[in-house]
Design a protein around this ligand. Structure first.
Ligand code: ADP
Length: 558
């Protein structure tokens, strides 16, 4: 009971800290994996900001170019210049001239030259009728993304803006004169994003300060986007894809090593200021997005093997400790049992020898009886010592068998006639079925004698006064069988294998009253196996137990 408690305690001491260690390690792994994921997200956001910045810059350059061209037209015949420009420049979808007091003058709202012009006039009617302000209302501008990760990206973008402003101020050499004029007399201009029919349009306007006229251009969005998107690609060598989403949140364009669907979750998303309500998203490849999962898997495997190694090592040590303790207990009980078994015949021998030595026993019959007892007890001592010697040799693997050809029938008959008085004294009537024929076999006589003596000893100890003891020797096809059956209490079926274990004794009242160290059968079986045979136990028909020794006629091993 105390031992079981100690084992449970030792297990708990091993298990609890190991599990705590495992849980702690797993939590750390998860934290680390989350940190990796965040880092990956942040770097994706930074990459996206750079790409968005480049896109913004490209759009700004196109707008600035268009605006500079508009500024050059201020001195000339506007409808003519603008009309020609629209014909030549694929980026120009529509052009217009507007005046605060007269409204739209070109194209003629009364007589538009084409359907496109008519739709254009209708599209911007609130603007041309003065209903809406020409300046972009602040609410139309997309709010800056809330991610803190984009702090560095914002700085990239502001740098780009500065560049853009710089670029718009630097005129080309041929335009210096007109631009000087513009710079001394600051003009009004602007860009207006416009949503109509679920589509984004960009309208640029210009108004020189010395004029009431306001004229401008509507960008051909498809021409603009097709030029921009050609250069829109994820960083070279990265395993990411990019998608440009329009105002209705539909993928307008995508590029990258893998396909993006509307359901794909983006790693980072960023609004495009120049294209209100449009967004640029960056996606990590889900099939190869294994940085964290691989990290978790390898970390988990390492932690798991670490825990298993600790538990296995601990269990092994615990098992070894329990075994050592059991071995120590067995050795102690073995020594005390053997000492006890040796002491009994020695005491008897000494007692009878002293009686004879004192010369007080006159009766010759009594003297003979005493001498018989001394001989019997010394024979018992010899059997015991032989058993102990055999046990130690078998344990150390040093047992050598000295095999010669013998007649087993004769050998068994000799042993039985020697043991007959003991069997008689124990109230056992021996019934022999040895057969008439000689059974010649190559065996170690001493080993056979030791096996048979151990079996007879047990019959005397555990089946005394039960009446009959049967010994049957028979020849089978390729082996000999020697079966000893008694009519004792028998051995329960579930114990019939265990009794051959070292130091194993049945837990019964009969066994507890008999001397023994639980070695006799273990030695007998090991000797039988050493001779190439086997020894096993089964329930006898007579109600007691039967022990069957089989020996091969052709001995294979020794
Ligand atoms: P020992 O006799 O010294 O206890 P053994 O190895 O010879 O050791 O026997 C092991 C156990 O098997 C015995 O303790 C006894 O309980 C049981 N046993 C052996 N032979 C018999 C038998 N013939 N009848 C009943 N029980 C037996």
């Amino acid at each position: 009971m105390v031992r079981t408690k100690l084992i449970i305690l030792a297990w708990l001491l091993l298990l609890v800290p190991t599990l705590l260690l495992g849980v702690g390690a797993w939590r750390l792994l998860q934290n680390e994996s989350d940190r990796l994921a965040l880092h990956e997200q942040q770097s994706a956001a930074a990459r996206l900001a750079t790409i968005t910045g480049n896109l913004e810059l490209a759009i700004a350059e196109v707008k600035d170019g268009l605006m500079q061209r508009l500024a050059l037209f201020s001195a000339g015949d506007l409808p003519l210049l603008l009309g020609n420009w629209r014909q030549e420049n694929p980026l120009v979808r529509n052009v217009f001239v507007w005046q605060a007091d007269t409204g739209l003058t070109y194209p003629d709202p009364e007589m538009p030259a084409s359907d496109e012009e008519r739709i254009f006039i209708r599209r911007y009617l609130p603007l041309f009728s003065g209903e809406l302000d020409w300046k972009q209302p602040a609410s139309d501008l997309p709010s800056p993304p809330a991610t803190s990760a984009s702090a560095s990206a914002d700085s990239v973008l502001s740098e780009r803006k500065e560049l853009r402003q710089l670029a718009s101020r630097a005129p080309s050499p041929g335009l210096i004169a007109s631009l000087e004029k513009i710079s001394t007399q600051p003009e009004e201009s602007g860009w207006r994003s416009w949503y109509a029919d679920n589509q984004l349009h960009l309208l640029g306007w210009y108004q020189p300060t010395d004029s009431k006229r306001r004229y401008g251009v509507e960008i051909e969005m498809m021409a603009l986007l097709s030029r921009l998107l050609g250069s829109l690609s994820p960083p070279y060598g990265s395993n990411e894809s990019l998608a440009l989403l329009n105002g209705s949140n539909h993928i307008f364009h995508q590029s990258g090593p893998f396909e993006i669907t509307a359901a794909s979750p983006p790693t980072a998303s960023r609004a495009i200021e120049s294209l209100p309500h449009w967004r640029l998203n960056i996606y990590s490849n889900p099939s190869t997005n294994t940085v964290q999962s691989g990290f978790l898997l390898i970390g988990g495997l390492l932690t798991g093997s670490f825990i298993i190694a600790i538990l296995l090592g601990g269990s092994l040590l615990l098992w070894q400790a329990v075994r050592n303790q059991r071995d120590a207990q067995q050795k102690t009980s073995f020594v005390s049992n053997v000492s006890h078994e040796l002491k009994t015949p020695l005491t008897t021998i000494r007692m009878y020898a002293e009686l004879l030595g004192e010369g007080k026993i006159d009766s010759a019959q009594k003297q003979r009886a005493y001498l018989q007892t001394i001989i019997r007890e010394s024979q018992r001592l010899t059997r015991l010592v032989n058993n102990i010697l055999d046990f130690s040799r078998l344990e150390q693997g040093r047992k050598a068998f000295n095999c010669h050809e013998v007649d087993l029938v004769e050998l068994v008959r000799d042993i039985l006639s020697q043991q007959a008085p003991r069997l008689n004294d124990a109230g056992l009537r021996l019934k022999k079925q040895l057969g008439a024929e000689a059974l010649r076999i190559n065996v170690d006589r001493d080993a056979i004698e030791q096996i048979l003596l151990n079996l007879l000893d047990n019959a005397i100890k555990y089946a005394a006064n039960s009446g009959e003891l049967t010994l049957c020797l028979q020849r089978e096809q390729d082996h000999l069988q020697l079966i000893l059956s008694d009519r004792g209490p028998g051995i329960p079926a579930e114990q019939q294998q265990k009794i051959f274990g070292k130091f194993y004794r049945l837990d019964s009242s009969l066994t507890s009253t008999q001397p023994g160290a639980g070695l006799g059968l273990s030695i007998a079986r090991q000797l039988a196996r050493g001779l190439g045979g086997e020894l096993h136990c089964f329930a006898a028909d007579s109600g007691g137990s039967s022990f069957c020794l089989t020996l091969p006629l052709q001995k294979e091993s020794s």
